[in-house]
Write a protein that binds this ligand. Structure first.
Ligand code: SF4
Length: 327
């Protein structure tokens, strides 16, 4: 690991000023991904600005819903009474992610900013456009079992690894950020990027900006929800495919629906077409299968991940059945 400077400001302004001074400066909070990346030589910051002393540790009710500070631990969010009552989908997603030890360390902001687990990204001896733009994509013609089936480009086929972000995308959350030009709120669907020609950019967060909080609007999705995660082992592992499903059901009719997938694209993959296909319909497995078929339009597999073309729709149907209490 390279040598680096380390500071622990207590004021937001000081943290932003230190970050603005050099592009080789990184914010660090829980460090559960960044330290790994530094050990592998993927990230080599000259300076770490530890933001743990900033006042971003609260979960608070707002006029429109719930605000979760960027430094709240994943385990704290998952166990929070308000989250369990109002956003159980988020709690389920968090509990399915990582190990208990990691959830205690990892923060909400860090979870949003975590980077792909593509093997080629972590191996500095292999080509990877995300790590080293222009070097090529090792996964494209290599081992691509865990890779994307939606939204990829010829530069990168990686997937976003977070579970929490899939639930937040389904719940229409917003990311509150601050920077030299003040505060701004970014819709969760616009926060992460597709790889396009610049796979090195995971998000639309500015280089000098800091995540302050996540805002989740109040919603009727408090009962019929399910986060389904399919992974290679029951303990700590990233999703091959995951589905966040939320239904608002009255008299067996679906009044509203939210669906998002993880493990299938470079960003949490919201299934807006499938949601439309569900609204106004009676709850049934057939309707869920029709929605899954809509969700899979445009999916394309690579040599080793064709199984996802079956796994993904089956997971959507199962998640919806679980959410509706049919399973
Ligand atoms: Fe790198 Fe993306 Fe290709 Fe993986 S899929 S090797 S992260 S460019």
């Amino acid at each position: 690991m390279n040598q680096f400077e380390y500071t622990r400001p207590t004021k937001q302004k000081a943290a932003l000023e230190q970050k603005a001074k050099s592009p080789a400066t990184k914010f660090i909070a829980g460090g559960t991904n960044l330290i790994d990346l530094m050990k592998h030589g993927v990230e080599n910051p000259q300076k770490l600005v530890d933001i743990n002393r900033l006042p971003l540790h609260k979960i608070e009710q707002t006029k429109t819903g719930l605000r979760i500070g960027a430094l709240v631990a994943n385990s704290t969010v998952a166990e929070d009474k308000q989250v369990l009552e109002k956003f159980p989908l988020l709690s389920q997603a968090l509990v399915s992610g990582a190990s208990a030890q990691l959830r205690h360390m990892a923060t909400v902001g860090g979870n949003i900013m975590q980077r792909t687990r593509c093997y080629y990204f972590y191996d500095t001896a292999l080509p990877c456009n995300k790590r080293e733009p222009g070097s090529g994509c090792g996964a494209l013609e290599g081992i691509n079992r865990i890779h994307a089936i939606f939204g990829f480009s010829d530069k990168c086929i990686a997937v976003h690894p977070s579970d929490m972000c899939v639930a937040l995308a389904a719940l229409d959350a917003k990311v509150l950020v601050t920077g030299p030009n003040g505060d701004r709120s970014i819709s969760f669907l616009d926060f992460h990027r597709l790889p396009g020609d610049q796979p090195e950019k995971d998000t639309n967060l500015g280089p000098d900006e800091l995540i302050l909080a996540v805002d989740i609007p109040a919603s009727p999705f408090t009962k019929n929800v399910h986060y389904l995660k399919v992974r290679e082992r029951a303990s700590y592992a990233f999703a091959l495919v995951s589905v966040a499903a939320a239904l608002d059901i009255e008299n067996n009719t679906i009044r509203n629906a939210r669906l998002a997938m993880g493990g299938v694209a470079h960003k949490p993959w919201r299934l807006l077409g499938a949601e439309k296909a569900l609204i106004g319909k009676q709850v049934s497995e057939e309707v869920f299968q029709q929605a899954a078929a809509v969700a899979m339009q445009g999916a394309k597999a690579f040599e080793h991940n064709e199984y996802k073309l079956k796994l993904a729709p089956n997971s959507i149907v199962q998640a919806l059945k679980n959410a509706a209490g049919m399973a």
